[in-house]
Design a protein around this ligand. Structure first.
Ligand code: CA
Length: 264
């Protein structure tokens, strides 16, 4: 008698928990679905390109530099964290993967389905918050079971521009080739953010193999006039991350659907 009652209560609690989990999944899945649908074909970039800051856009693709001075120093730190971070990212990615799978039925028509297990890692290569450059480095980790074409992915780094209208994107080094990156800026709204820098990839950038990563993407941002910035109020900046680590305050999109991170 008592056992049945206990079981009955326990089952009710479990059902309630399941219902809550479904609600959470639905709630977190709303954002990618809305964005994918809002782009009329899933192309979120189409709706954001109108916000691109004018003068910086034309400069971005032609401004790639091939300075590799910082890459040698950072490669050892990167390799040491590669093994452990990919393992850590798989569990961290599961929460976003769960929500994206809930929305994939509607998004798959235009994106071909969201790949689960992608993670975006970040490193603050310049921890001085008030000098005239920002050096966020990235690495895309594929913890899933299928290779992912980089051309299907874009990543975003969010910051406040202190009213300065023009930023320049530079690539100091990228394993996939700086010439295969497409950097641009756009305005946005949110906590500690009024702009974001977006990096996309050409088809020649290739794919991130299952269980592999993109290698380093060493971005460098500065105001067109090289005036000082203030990164202390930037959403994506974290000077406590000098080595690559999963970082959810930068975002990764696949086919226009959010697959990693939290927007500001
Ligand atoms: Ca700022």
């Amino acid at each position: 008698m008592d056992i049945k009652m206990v079981n009955g209560r326990w089952m009710k609690v479990e059902l309630l928990g399941l219902a809550a989990a479904v609600l959470v999944a639905c709630a977190t899945g709303v954002e990618p679905v809305r964005e994918g649908a809002g782009g009329a074909g899933g192309d979120v970039s189409a709706s954001t390109t109108g916000d691109v800051v004018g003068s910086s856009t034309s400069n971005t693709t032609g401004d790639f530099t091939t300075s590799t001075s910082s890459s040698a120093a950072s490669s050892s730190a990167a390799s040491s964290s590669a093994a452990s971070s990919s393992a850590a990212s798989s569990s961290a990615a599961s929460s976003s993967a769960a929500s994206s799978s809930a929305s994939s039925s509607s998004a798959s028509s235009s994106t071909g389905g969201v790949v689960m297990g992608l993670a975006l890692q970040y490193r603050a290569a310049d921890t001085n918050a008030t000098d005239n450059q920002m050096k966020p480095h990235f690495r895309i980790v594929n913890g899933g079971g299928a290779s992912v074409p980089l051309s299907s992915l874009t990543l975003r780094y969010y910051f406040t521009a202190e009213g300065n209208p023009s930023q320049i994107f530079e690539c100091d080094y990228a394993t996939v080739g700086c010439g295969n990156l497409m950097g641009k800026f756009a305005t946005t709204t949110g906590v500690m953010a009024d702009h974001y820098m977006e990096i996309g990839f050409t088809a020649a950038a290739g794919s991130v193999m299952a269980g592999g990563n993109s290698g380093e993407i060493q971005a460098r941002l500065h105001n067109q006039d090289y005036s000082n910035v203030n990164e202390a109020n930037d959403y994506s900046f974290d000077p406590t991350k000098p080595a690559f680590v999963d970082w959810t305050k930068v975002t990764l999109f696949q086919g226009g659907a959010l697959v990693w991170g939290t927007e500001p």
